[in-house]
Design a protein around this ligand. Structure first.
Ligand code: NAD
Length: 244
């Protein structure tokens, strides 16, 4: 029987690459998305045809607890179980430190940290019942050791996600492995507004002298979900090309 994975923010960027990686490996996929209806429908039809797997699209804004709960309920009703949860969705609001508002903080924390907590709570419990499952959180090197005052709330949310990883690994042991990936700079829409000079400076600081590609993150996510990573638990893996 095929395994099932739920990927949040699964229609573009890293999320889309993660969806394709799991599809390629025979997983049925629950794709959460918030806005891009057309993109979601075309992605579903493309990967169902190409990989002969089932895709369930669920539109849900992760800023709202009721939409998250409804999504989990629908996913369990339709697919019966969730074997892998990938907390990928995230937002960044670029604004000077001193201009940042409490509303900015709340918006960022809701999507980047509180939504992963709610999903981990709801799905982790189910994984314990089925005595099997794994959760992968997409944090960031901003949550570890790269600091940008203009994304202070984002950085805090990504540090929080690392704490959530450790705490939920303890909470759901021994049946559920919970791990975290901390990507460095990756070429996605999230970075499309970055200043050219800033990109040049950051690229100089990366040992491989380039930004990463989404597939390079997706492969690590799939590895962590697979049996090849059966002894990796409560870990944070930096995937950043070596940043100094
Ligand atoms: P992206 O902006 O292309 O993707 C973010 C996804 O999250 C989108 O699909 C978006 O629709 C979804 N999303 C945002 N708000 C949502 C909401 N309220 N409800 C549901 N979905 C929502 O960027 P990406 O680079 O692919 O980001 C994926 C993850 O990787 C994020 O958590 C991001 O913080 C993290 N990350 C990115 C980088 C990078 O350099 N691109 C580096 C480190 C970590």
């Amino acid at each position: 029987m095929n395994k099932n994975v739920l990927v949040t923010g699964g229609t573009r960027g890293m999320g889309e690459a993660i969806v394709k990686e799991f599809a390629q490996n025979g997983y049925n996929i629950i794709i959460n998305y918030v806005k891009s209806n057309e993109k979601a429908i075309s992605l579903k039809s493309q990967i169902e045809k190409e990989y002969k797997i089932k895709v369930l699209l669920i539109q849900a804004d992760l800023s709202y607890e009721d939409e998250i709960s409804k999504m989990v309920k629908t996913a369990l009703q339709e697919f019966g179980k969730i074997d892998v949860l990938v907390n990928n969705a995230g937002i960044v609001i670029d604004k000077e430190f001193v201009d940042r508002t409490v509303e900015d903080w709340k918006q960022t924390l809701n999507v980047n940290l509180i939504a992963p907590f709610i999903l981990t709570k709801l799905i982790g419990k189910e994984m314990v019942k089925q005595k099997n499952g794994t959760i992968i959180n997409i944090s960031s090197t901003n949550g570890i050791d790269t600091y940008y005052p203009s994304s202070v709330d984002y950085d805090a949310s990504k540090s929080g996600l690392i704490s959530l990883t450790y705490d939920s690994a303890v909470e759901f042991a021994p049946y559920v492995r919970v791990n975290c990936i901390a990507p460095g700079w990756v070429n996605t829409e999230m970075n499309k507004e970055l200043d050219e000079e800033f990109v040049k400076e950051e690229t100089e600081r990366i040992l491989v002298k380039r930004f990463g590609e989404v597939e390079e993150i997706a492969k690590v996510v799939y590895f962590l979900a697979s049996d090849n990573a059966s002894f990796i638990n409560s870990s944070v893996i930096k995937v950043d090309g070596g940043w100094y």
